[in-house]
Ligand binder design. Structure first.
Ligand code: KG4
Ligand code: ZN
Length: 341
């Protein structure tokens, strides 16, 4: 069985083909970041127009990379939400129309579930994270801790009450003169920073619970940068170091607390920020000290892509959770509202 996956929830057009026996056969991505960088963030109207012009050539190119035709595809999965409504509409209408024309099912996929199950895409089954586990979902739009007892069985343990971790990475990067989305570049600059020259707060770590708040860190960074006497590359690297350490420490403290509170022993990290090397290293150290296990996806699959949508589409197609005539788009769609597989 093969599923074509389409991702258009934000500023990446992603198309992939997943085969339930051979794994990922094609994974094509077109990133719009350069267009949005000028505005310092995603402009929804530009995003949807660009998805519209890129989606068909990307599907053709994924099929040709896999050496397949649409007649070889058994289902079309598309991101139905959460995301920007006009951007979602492009993938949803195209995906459903294509499925209808080919007389195959369409599968409405939750983008967050896509991220969450990414570590399973190309791992050997014996290296899959076994259920139950705690998941840390850290992306440009979400920061959530979730107790996962099976596919589609998600309980939200805590989330950001304001900015997401990726969002605050990007906003702080912007203050340091780095183009949108600056998370990855900020973390590269931070490697050259001196630890401890600046000290940033670890928000909400002293109060109980598993919620996060990151907007204060952004203000702290803005105040620190505005009050600088000298503006040189080393000072910027030191600030980047202090900022990244604060985010990573905060996430690590809350992950440890989530494992303690639930009694679970496995941690999965997913979403764009889970590609961050410092975060992986610190969480791994914390997990190994406890004798627990940690799982994450290969780095290029952490940010938005079609592969995660094709994978979830396959899982849900195999459990008969698909449609033929309905087009679904849900700009807001909690993981807790999903159906168990
Ligand atoms: O999952 P994703 O592609 O999009 C959403 O669903 O939101 O995540 C994108 C976010 C951006 O904020 C980007 O700056 C951040 O992930 N990101 C990183 C790194 N790579 C991507 N943040 C910190 N360190 C990285 N290495
Ligand atoms: Zn995402």
């Amino acid at each position: 069985m093969r599923v074509l996956g389409i991702e258009t929830s934000c500023d990446e057009t992603g198309v992939a083909i997943y085969d339930n026996e051979q794994g990922l056969l094609a994974n094509k991505i077109y990133s719009q970041v350069k267009q949005h960088a000028y505005y310092g963030g995603v402009v929804p109207e530009l995003a949807s127009r660009d998805h519209q012009s890129k989606i068909v050539p990307l599907i053709q190119s994924a099929l040709s990379e896999a050496g397949l035709k649409m007649k070889d595809i058994n289902g079309v999965a598309y991101t139905a939400g959460p995301g920007l409504i006009s951007a979602l509409m492009v993938g949803a209408t195209l995906g459903c129309a294509l499925a209808y024309a080919c007389n195959i099912p369409n599968i409405a996929v939750n983008h967050l579930e896509g991220h969450l199950l990414t570590p399973m895409i190309d791992a050997e089954p014996e290296h899959y994270p076994k259920f139950p586990f705690v998941a840390l979902l850290v992306s440009g739009a979400h920061t959530q801790l979730i107790a996962v007892s099976g596919i589609g069985q998600y309980q939200l343990l805590g989330e950001s009450i304001d900015d997401a971790a990726g969002e605050v990475f990007d906003k702080t990067a912007k203050l340091l003169g780095i183009d949108y989305p600056g998370g990855l570049i900020l973390s590269k600059i931070a490697q050259k920073g001196i630890v401890g020259r600046y000290k940033f707060p670890r928000p909400m770590t002293n109060c109980p619970g598993l919620n996060f708040s990151f907007s204060g860190l952004k203000t702290f960074a803005a105040n620190t940068i505005n009050n600088l006497a000298t503006r040189d590359a080393q000072t910027y690297a030191d600030i980047a170091r202090a900022f990244e350490d604060a985010v990573v420490d905060t996430l690590t403290i809350k992950c440890r607390r989530a494992l303690d509170n639930t009694g679970l022993t496995r941690l999965v990290i997913a979403g764009g920020v889970s590609a961050n090397t410092t975060l992986r290293v610190r969480l791994k150290a914390m997990i190994e000290q406890r004798g627990d296990e940690i799982f994450y996806a290969r780095k290029d699959l952490c940010t938005d892509n079609g592969a995660m949508i094709a994978y979830v589409g396959m899982v849900r197609l195999l459990s008969y959770q698909y449609r033929t005539l309905t087009i679904t788009v849900r700009p807001r769609w909690s993981l807790e509202d999903l159906t168990a597989v």
